[in-house]
Write a protein that binds this ligand. Structure first.
Ligand SMILES: Cc1cc2nc3c(=O)[nH]c(=O)nc-3n(C[C@H](O)[C@H](O)[C@H](O)COP(=O)(O)O)c2cc1C
Length: 418
C-alpha cells in the first residue's frame, strides 16, 4: 500500500521557532497562562477543536473506555487539561433492567499494552483486553454521569455519555423500550444537573460487533434507524447526537458507504461521527477468548484511507462533522485526521504507552501525554501546525487555527502538502 500519510517527518520551521519549541518541551512554562493561551500568545496558533458544534479548548479528548470509567479519571483529565472526555459505554436497558445486549457487560479488569507491527511494518502500540461495555449497574453509570457534570461545572471540560443501544439482526425488531428508557433516564440526569452543556449522547458501535458477522444490509439498517430511535426519545432541542462507527470486516468501500449512509439519511439528526473504532482480529486469543480488537498503525492507515476516500467523493458538499479516533499518538497524527475533516480526536492507547515515551516524568499520564501531543519537537501539534502554516504560505502575524485544517481539503489539493 502507498503511504497514506501526508505530513513529512521533517517539520519545516525556522531555527528560532525550533529552539522555542525545544525549550517548551523541556520545561513547562504554561502553568500560569494556561496551555492554550500560552500557545496562542507565543506561537499565534489557536488550538481549539470541536465535538460537533461544541467548541473544546484543544482537540484532544479521552476516548470512551477503561480510562473513562470512574470519576477520578475524569477529574484528572479535566484538571490536567484535556479538551473533553467520552465516558465508558453503557449498554442500554429497559425499565425492567433488561438488556438485549447483556453479553456486552463483561467484567474484565486485565489490559495488556503491547507493541504491534502493522502490515506496512510500522511499530505502534495496542491494548489487548477481552471486555466490552460498562459492567456495573445502570444506576452506577448514572451516578458517574451526574458526578462528571459536576466536574464540568468546576472545570468546563465537556463530558459525553456513551451508549450502545440494541442492534437487531434482520429477523428482529429494534427493542424500542431500551432506547426509550435509557435515553429518557440520561436526559433526566442531565436536566437534574442543570449543567450548561447540551444533552449529548454518543452511540458506540463497538469494535467487537465485528465478531457477530452481521451482513452489510443489517449494518446499513442500523445506521439508518438507530439515530432516529435515539432522537425520538429526546425531549430537548439543546442536544448533540454522536455516532461512533466501527470497522466491520468488509472493505474500504463499504466503510465509506457507512459514512455516506449517515450523511444521506440522518444529517438532520446526527451532529458528529466518530471515525472509526478499533479493528478486529478473529484469530487472536487472549486468556480464554478468541477474537480480539486491536489498534496501532493498521488502524490509522485504514481510517485515514477511508476518510480520504470519503472526502474525495463527498467533500465538496457539507458533511456531518468528524471526530477522529485510532492511533492518535502525536499532534502530527491529529493533523493527519484533521486534513481529512476531523475537528477533534479521541485517544485511548496513547495514555497507556510506556512512560519512556513521555518527556515529562512527573504528573498524571494525561498531563504527560498532553504535553507530548502539544510540544514534542518532532511531531507535536505546535511544530506540525507551524510547519503547515509555513507550507501554506500563511504569515506568522496571522493566527493559524487548528479548525482551519479540516477545511483545507476544500481549498488545496492535499497531495501538494506532501
Ligand atoms: C481497553 C479498551 C476499552 C474500550 N472501550 C470502549 C468503549 O467502551 N466504548 C467505545 O466507544 N470505545 C471503546 N474503546 C475504543 C476507544 O475508545 C478508541 O476509540 C480506540 O481504542 C481507538 O483509539 P486508540 O487507538 O487511541 O486506542 C476501547 C478501547 C480500549 C483499548
Amino acid at each position: 500500500m502507498d503511504n497514506i500519510y501526508l505530513i513529512s517527518d521533517k517539520p519545516k520551521v525556522n531555527l528560532g521557532l525550533k529552539q522555542q519549541i525545544n525549550s517548551d518541551y523541556e520545561q513547562i512554562k504554561y502553568e500560569e497562562l494556561g496551555l492554550e493561551k500560552y500557545i496562542l500568545e507565543k506561537y499565534n496558533l489557536d488550538v481549539s477543536g470541536k465535538y460537533g458544534n461544541l467548541v473544546t479548548k484543544n482537540p484532544f479528548g479521552k476516548a470512551s473506555g477503561q480510562l473513562s470509567s470512574n470519576i477520578s479519571q475524569i477529574k484528572t483529565d479535566a484538571v490536567d487539561g484535556l479538551g473533553f472526555a467520552v465516558l465508558k459505554t453503557v449498554i442500554s436497558q429497559d425499565e425492567n433492567s433488561e438488556s438485549s445486549m447483556e453479553a456486552w457487560k463483561v467484567k474484565a479488569p486485565k489490559m495488556v499494552v503491547e507493541e504491534i507491527v502493522s502490515e506496512r511494518g510500522e511499530r505502534g502500540y495496542t491494548v489487548t483486553w477481552k471486555g466490552r461495555g460498562w459492567d456495573k449497574s445502570f444506576e452506577d453509570y448514572l451516578e458517574l454521569v451526574a458526578k462528571s457534570f459536576d466536574i464540568y461545572k468546576e472545570t468546563q471540560m465537556p463530558v459525553i455519555p456513551s451508549v450502545q443501544y440494541h442492534l437487531p439482526n434482520s429477523e428482529e425488531d429494534f427493542r424500542e423500550s431500551e432506547y426509550r428508557f435509557t435515553t429518557k433516564t440520561l436526559e433526566r440526569v442531565w436536566n437534574e444537573s442543570s449543567v450548561d452543556l447540551p444533552f449529548i449522547v454518543e452511540q458506540d458501535f463497538s469494535a467487537t460487533l465485528s465478531g457477530l458477522k452481521n451482513t452489510k444490509e443489517e449494518i446499513l439498517r442500523w445506521l439508518r434507524e438507530v439515530p432516529r430511535l435515539i432522537d425520538k426519545y429526546i425531549d430537548t432541542d439543546n442536544k448533540i447526537i454522536g455516532v461512533k462507527l466501527f470497522n466491520p470486516s468488509f472493505d474500504d468501500d463499504f466503510q465509506v458507504e457507512m459514512v455516506k449512509t449517515l450523511n444521506n439519511n440522518a444529517s438532520d439528526i446526527v451532529d458528529t461521527i466518530t471515525c472509526f473504532n478499533r479493528l478486529f482480529d478473529f484469530n487472536k486469543e487472549f486468556e480464554d477468548k478468541k477474537g480480539i480488537a486491536y489498534g496501532g498503525y493498521d488502524l490509522s492507515d485504514r481510517n485515514l484511507r477511508v476518510l480520504t476516500k470519503f472526502i474525495d467523493e463527498y467533500g465538496k458538499k457539507t458533511f456531518i462533522p468528524i471526530s477522529a479516533t485510532g492511533n492518535i499518538n502525536s499532534g502530527k497524527m491529529m493533523v493527519e485526521y484533521a486534513l481529512r475533516g476531523a475537528t477533534s480526536g479521541q485517544i485511548h492507547t496513547f495514555f497507556q504507552v510506556p512512560s519512556e515515551s513521555f518527556r515529562l516524568h512527573e504528573g498524571s499520564r494525561t498531563k504527560k501525554a498532553l504535553h507530548e501531543l502539544m510540544f514534542n519537537p518532532a511531531n507535536g501539534l505546535v511544530v506540525t501546525m507551524l510547519s503547515l502554516r509555513n507550507i501554506l504560505g500563511i504569515k506568522e502575524e496571522q493566527v493559524f487555527r487548528f479548525l482551519d485544517i479540516p477545511e483545507l481539503h476544500r481549498k488545496v489539493q492535499l497531495d501538494k502538502l506532501k
